[in-house]
Design a protein around this ligand. Structure first.
Ligand SMILES: NC(=O)c1ccc[n+]([C@@H]2O[C@H](COP(=O)([O-])OP(=O)(O)OC[C@H]3O[C@@H](n4cnc5c(N)ncnc54)[C@H](O)[C@@H]3O)[C@@H](O)[C@H]2O)c1
Length: 335
């Protein structure tokens, strides 16, 4: 399988590094910054580096395109990729708005290509075990606490996630993982959300007005309920739960996911806990969204987080943002 990488930054490099483990050869590298594309080609090999995404789309030798750009480019690149008949691994979020995400889903369905959104918590062995042991949770909680991205000097690290164009704020940029995992665990689509958001450090202009603390609720169509916390106040990560924390209950059993979903502790289940690090290397290798996408291509099956899942998650994030902005509950229309 031959692939191209668009977006040769931190996450793109991670994909290029792990691709060979899955039998994928990255033959082309594209970035708006020529030096970034060249650097990746030099580091990972491959036939060419380019600033022209169109060249990737026209290249018939490429079956799969990995999109790891800033968020404003996910929509045009994913639509172009699907229309060019490429299978797609798109970094989260699928898009910044529900309308854009629907366009991607339509293009993917029409072209008959496979797409996976890299909402990678879904494939964590701890999460798979949680779904097996607690298939119908009634309540759940998810939280993201980043380490004050907004207070870092502009242009460094992940400060671009606060930019209205490039990023779209912490919720859609990063807490999207948590919203997506709650949707997956609850096994439902969202009906209604409510949220309150605050900018705790008013001197901080770096967030473009997006809240650096948001607490939301999600009512699912199957009657389940979730709470969400998305905050940039986590400069001192709690060593017990890490940057990410999730919990669910079904009335008899419970599961607590800690350590970036590297560990789950169960209550009322036949096993007490599972830690990914204790699993055999082959099982850990398979716990990858790229592996899942390749299986879907090989078997003509579904991916674990397809374009329609991506639409749903973006729709929930948009609705939570709107609720926090307006102070009013919002209906979530996903399809
Ligand atoms: N799944 C995860 O766990 C995870 C973790 C971190 C980041 N991400 C996601 O990965 C993506 C990239 O994040 P990052 O941290 O690597 O950012 P980054 O800034 O390190 O890299 C992004 C690269 O994309 C390039 N780029 C921007 N617009 C482009 C365009 N239109 N065409 C081509 N290249 C373009 C930039 O020049 C940059 O080199 C984002 O979607 C982010 O949310 C996912």
């Amino acid at each position: 399988m031959k692939a191209a990488l668009i977006g040769c930054g931190g996450m793109g490099s991670g994909h290029a590094r792990s691709a060979p483990e899955h039998g994928v050869e990255v033959v082309a590298f594209c970035d708006v910054i020529e030096a970034a594309a060249e650097r990746s080609r030099a580091e990972f090999g491959g036939r060419y580096a380019t600033t022209d995404a169109g060249r990737i789309m026209r290249d018939d030798s490429i079956d799969l395109v990995i999109i790891a750009t800033h968020h404003d480019a996910h929509h045009p690149l994913a639509v172009a990729g699907a229309r060019a008949g490429k299978h797609l691994l798109v970094e989260k979020p699928l898009c910044q708005t529900r309308e854009q995400a629907i366009e991607v889903a339509e293009a993917v369905d029409k072209a008959g290509v496979k797409l996976i959104v890299n909402c990678k918590f879904r494939i964590a062995p701890t999460v798979q075990k949680g779904k097996e042991l607690i298939p119908h949770p009634r309540l759940s909680h998810g939280q993201l606490a980043t380490g004050n991205y907004a207070l870092k000097p502009p242009g460094t690290g992940s400060t671009w996630i606060w930019d209205k164009d490039d990023g779209g704020g912490l919720l859609i940029s990063t807490a999207v993982h948590t919203v997506d995992l709650l949707a997956y665990l609850m096994g439902s689509t969202a009906d209604r959300v409510y949220a309150e958001g605050r900018l705790f450090d008013p001197k901080n202009k770096g967030t473009a007005g997006y809240p650096d603390g948001l607490v939301g609720t999600i009512l699912w169509r199957n009657g389940g309920l979730s709470t969400v916390i998305s905050t940039d106040q986590g400069i001192s990560h709690n060593p017990w739960v890490s940057k990410w924390f999730h919990e669910m209950w079904d009335g008899e059993r419970s599961a607590v996911f800690t350590a970036h979903t590297g560990r789950v502790d169960f209550g009322g289940c036949e096993i007490g806990y599972l830690e990914t690090q204790e699993l055999p290397a082959e099982e850990r290798r398979k716990a990858s969204m790229l592996h899942n996408l390749l299986e879907a291509i090989r078997t003509d099956g579904e991916t674990l987080c397809d374009a329609h899942d991506g639409v749903q998650t973006v729709a929930i994030c948009n609705a939570l943002d709107e609720a926090a902005r307006t102070g009013r509950p919002q209906r979530v229309v996903s399809g």
